[in-house]
Write a protein that binds this ligand. Sequence first.
Ligand code: ATP
Length: 303
Amino acid sequence: MPANNAREKSTGITTGDFVPGVSKTDPIMVADNVTRHFGGLTAVDVDHLEIQRGVITALIGPNGAGKTTLFNLLSGFDKPNTGTWSFDGIALAGIPSFKVSQLGQIRTFQLTKALSMLSVMENMKLGAKDQFGEHLWSAMFPWLWRAQDDEIESKAMELLARFKLDAKADDFAASLSGGQRKLLEMARALMSDPTLVMLDEPMAGVNPALTQSLLDHIFGLKEQGMSVLFVEHDMQMVSHIADWVVVMAEGRIVAEGPPAIVMKDPAVIDAYLGSHQDVDLGVVTGRIELPTPAEKASKKGTK
Ligand SMILES: Nc1ncnc2c1ncn2[C@@H]1O[C@H](COP(=O)(O)OP(=O)(O)OP(=O)(O)O)[C@@H](O)[C@H]1O
């Protein structure tokens, strides 16, 4: 792997132009006409979106762009007003979050959901799927689930070692730092052998010492063949590890492409920085139509 800043990027993600909704060569997730309204506010309004398999896709956009709401919808934690989406060819609309995760699509949260009064190891065990002890009939026969429990524990220990949390296995999750909780959440997500890992702001609140380690872990997921979709605000980190960037503003997808190209896109610069103060963000997202030169001229003529 090239040192530090230059991560190797995957290419061949699309055969078409770098435009919102462009088809991917091997999509793991496809969403169509997904909308979510909160009262009069349209939080998500996505016509078409495809997420490529086996690469790292970053979902970026200013505060309130609808990134977390879209995450919630795609992972079954919220219900849309309209829309369909599929994961690995399976239609997911109406499928609850626990079933979605059993299918191999797992997510983490902006505010970590480690259970503070459980130990780090207990948190890890909660991430394992298909546990015999969960079923009444097999819970009555301890020899059935004890062997599996040992297997789960050794898998958890391996993952904790990889995330440098093995020394804390017996500590309460409450005793971990913010960054360590993020690591625990990521490690726990891997207990179910997911194929798509969705990370909501994995770097937020993480100190610089742990940031590099988190970046390495995210990159490691791709190296192990997983697909990654993550929400992030820090543009440097996005260009550092993302193969593909999807930009949202006002609920819509306003740009897509490789990071080096997307970061130079005027729509993205407007969405983030409002660099052209005379252009409303609504123009970038298509909510407000700009007057044509002819309309502008006739307006001037009437003054
Ligand atoms: N449960 C809710 N009830 C009402 N409005 C909501 C709800 N959840 C989100 N919103 C609104 O929907 C819009 C999109 O919010 P969302 O959290 O998805 O944006 P975001 O891009 O993830 O922002 P951030 O980067 O700040 O996390 C915002 O205007 C937000 O206030």
